[in-house]
Design a protein around this ligand. Structure first.
Ligand code: COA
Length: 395
């Protein structure tokens, strides 16, 4: 039985800051951000969007009534969750009107959370082939204004329906994975912002890629030449390239050219969104699927997932016939085309807006946010969510 990605949806906030303008404001050469880091634009979340609403908005575009009847598990990967007890999955389950007979859980291991969700979903579907699992990767990446991580912030969500007989990507069962307790990136529960040892995290990312790739090759006998493209977790678009280029010299020239060209295509959306942590690898996959014109069914795609702290995994899949019909390419291009550019001063003001932490009531201006699902306010330490389309208000 084939199991894999049947549907894939994406959502990002309607605002962004241009990286050249940010560089000028921070007194650094724009090329450091646009070439050295490889980012052109950075998505900025208004106070009316959080990881729950980003994920719910991404899911809204792909779910139909059949999915709602069949989804019996919701796995939400995030590292910027809104509650240390209640899972983001439960909020999304309600906002999407999913059936009550479902499990809803949040998964955490830095940027690896959604990959963990996919692997657990595969096991669940192997036991229950009629089920569908909704896997969500949603985050707002915050390092703080004027920090060295600032240029690698971002906000957005990618969500997938995992099922038997998938119509986009059938996943193979030859995964290679690795865990090691390291402190390259972490966020203690008392902190709004992550701490990062940037250089060390870069080194470890490449090290984990080399290790899982070696393990994968030994396990399967496959080589780079077997792949049409390899997609990477992309905290910024230069990062995956730093890993890929260490292995390319072992391949023949045409394989090198193909993987290099397809790597560039696979960074297209990420370059204009920034880091979305758990969703970043899947945004890269989406860039490849939607922006590579001549991608053929049957092509083998490699995926490298990395979650600081750290867990790394290399896994693979095969594109299914007619996968293009399952994509929302025009909607996603429209999402990018209709975003509003912020000045750096506007971005800084929005960055510093926070929800009350003392139980007081606040009502937010949801009319200025075009998203269907928004945080409408807060009351008694509870976030109030609204779906403007269906007027489902949270109890
Ligand atoms: N033109 C072109 N490139 C330039 C440049 C210019 N004018 N100025 C600098 N650069 C290049 C640097 O050479 C460097 O490239 P390299 O990494 O290939 O050597 C790159 O821009 C970044 O410069 P650097 O001085 O290393 O930046 P930094 O100290 O501000 O930190 C990060 C960059 C990514 C480490 C930092 O943003 C960070 O900590 N981010 C969060 C952690 C993260 O994303 N980790 C990734 C693994 S999960």
């Amino acid at each position: 039985m084939e199991i894999g990605i049947d549907k894939i949806g994406f959502f990002a906030p309607h605002m962004y800051v241009d990286m050249t303008n940010l560089a000028v404001a921070r007194g650094v050469e724009p090329e450091k951000f646009t070439i050295g880091i490889g980012q052109s634009q950075m998505a900025v979340a208004p106070i009316t969007q959080d990881p729950v609403t980003l994920a719910a908005n991404a899911a809204l575009e792909i779910l139909d009534e059949e999915d709602r009847a069949q989804i019996d598990m919701v796995l939400f990967g995030t590292e910027s969750g809104i509650d240390n007890s209640k899972s983001a999955a439960v909020y999304v389950h309600h906002l999407l009107g999913l059936k009550a007979e479902a499990r809803a859980v949040e998964l955490k291991q830095a940027c690896y959370g959604a990959t963990a969700g996919i692997q657990l979903a595969k096991g669940h579907i192997a036991l229950h082939p009629e089920s569908k699992v909704l896997v969500l990767g949603s985050d707002i990446a915050r390092y703080g204004l004027k920090t060295s991580g600032e240029s690698t912030q971002g906000a957005g969500a990618v969500v997938m329906v995992i099922s038997a007989a998938p119509r986009i990507l059938a996943l193979d069962n030859d995964n290679a994975f690795l865990s090691n307790d390291i402190m390259d990136f972490w966020r203690p529960i008392y902190s709004e912002q992550a701490f990062v040892d940037g250089k060390f995290s870069n080194e470890q990312y490449v090290h984990f890629f080399n290790e899982v790739w070696k393990q994968y090759k030994e396990k399967t006998g496959n080589d780079l030449a077997d792949f049409e493209a390899i997609c990477f977790h992309l905290p910024y678009t230069k990062m995956g390239w730093k890993a890929l280029r260490t292995e390319l010299p072992n391949a023949d020239e045409s394989t090198q050219e193909r993987l290099k060209a397809n790597y560039q295509i696979s960074t297209a959306y990420n370059r204009n969104i920034g880091n979305i942590y758990t969703g970043s690898l899947y945004l890269s996959l989406l860039s490849l699927l939607e922006q590579k014109e001549d991608l053929q069914a049957g092509a083998k795609i490699g995926l490298f997932s990395y979650g600081s702290g750290a867990v790394g995994e290399f896994f693979t899949g095969t594109l299914q016939p007619g996968f293009q019909r399952m994509l929302k390419k025009t909607d996603h291009e429209n999402l990018f085309a209709t975003r509003r550019e912020l000045t750096v001063a506007e971005y800084e003001k929005i960055f510093e807006e926070t929800l009350p932490k003392d139980g007081s009531t606040i009502e937010l201006d949801i009319e200025s946010d075009p998203a269907a699902i928004c945080v409408a306010g807060m009351q008694d330490n509870k976030r109030l969510y609204i779906n403007k389309e269906h007027l489902i208000e949270q109890k």
